[in-house]
Design a protein around this ligand. Structure first.
Ligand code: DQA
Length: 149
């Protein structure tokens, strides 16, 4: 696969990973997750544009500004369960997206079981801690390779 751009978006409160409820989200910080993702991307000729924001509008702006990207990996945090605006942004740019969660959202409170975002994504990876991001990248790479054929 020739060099392609993929965006990674971390939503609200994920900047506090490592110190935020580590029994649920693990002890690994966001910088470390991003380093692992960047290494994995580089091995696969992918250029990553990574962002974290606590603001819904900033996430939407980032999706729009990067609409030349070939893939999106997004952990929308709590916006997963509420944001029609982020869902519409993903649908608008028509870029294949994978939804990621560190925790298994289906094994937690009832309100986490519903995702506004999932219907506009290729799929959802949930419950594998920091590894969820790498699994999402694998899924996206496989999808892009399939598309190239
Ligand atoms: C989360 C799950 C969401 O329900 C929660 O609001 C988060 C993190 C996860 O990665 O497990 O902020 O997206």
């Amino acid at each position: 696969m020739s060099s392609v751009k993929v965006v990674v978006i971390h939503g609200p409160n994920l900047n506090l990973l490592g110190e935020r409820e580590p029994h649920i989200y693990g002890k690994k910080g966001l910088d470390s997750i991003n380093t692992d993702l960047t290494d994995y991307a580089t091995e696969n000729s992918i250029i990553l544009a990574v962002m974290q924001s606590n603001s819904e509008g900033a996430i939407i702006d980032f999706i729009q500004e990067n609409r030349d990207a070939k893939g999106i990996i997004i952990n929308p945090g709590a916006y997963t369960h509420t944001s029609i605006a982020i869902r519409d942004a993903i649908a608008s740019v028509k870029i294949p997206a994978v939804e990621v969660h560190l925790s298994n959202v289906h094994a937690r409170e009832e309100f986490r079981r519903h995702s506004m975002i999932a219907p506009v994504c290729l799929g959802q990876i949930s419950g594998f801690g920091a590894n969820s991001y790498l699994l999402a990248m694998t899924a996206l790479i496989n999808h892009l390779r399939e598309q190239e054929r």
